[in-house]
Design a protein around this ligand. Sequence first.
Ligand code: IMP
Length: 201
Amino acid sequence: MKLLVATRNKGKLKEITQKFSSIPDIALFSIEDIEKEIGSISEVIEDGTTFAENALKKARDLSQRTGYPAMADDSGLVVDALGGEPGVYSARYAGDGATDAERNALILEKLKDVPARERKARFVCVLALVVPEKGEFLAEGICEGEISTEPKGSHGFGYDPIFYLPEYHATMAEIPLEIKNTLSHRARALEKAAKIVQLLI
Ligand code: IMP
């Protein structure tokens, strides 16, 4: 089965390729691979109010343009004490030109008076698979943690430096990428998606 992946991110494509490596007869193609054949593909506007809506919108768009099965993801950080923020707005939190460090600083500032037991948060990833003539499928992965009181670590990206994993006594940015890739929200969603794909081919 040919599966198009709605991403331009090389890191994500590598992670997906690894997680799908045990599936026989599957060939993954990125947006850039497809653009070589059909020309440039415009970005989908992620205006959904849930991760699932955004992921489905991206996967449907790519599948409809090409006629092939497509997969897309949407992910972000959900902080209980902020009523679920930044959620689907994770990439744009603190305004359009803001840096990861500024976004992290904003969350720490908003939580400055919040005690440790109320700092629960989770990374959420939803993967959508749109397969012509077979249907639409969703796979969700969740990684539970807490918001730390200061940023720590230099691995990873985004909110990793303020996302504390109690069982590792470390933030997501302090643990090596190989470990993150076994426990992250994306890893968990990909494991479920791999099982769905296996049933479809
Ligand atoms: P996207 O769905 O991959 O575009 O992610 C949306 C936003 O969520 C990113 O810009 C990050 O701010 C945040 N995010 C998603 N996954 C992670 C992660 O693994 N670590 C840290 N931040 C993440």
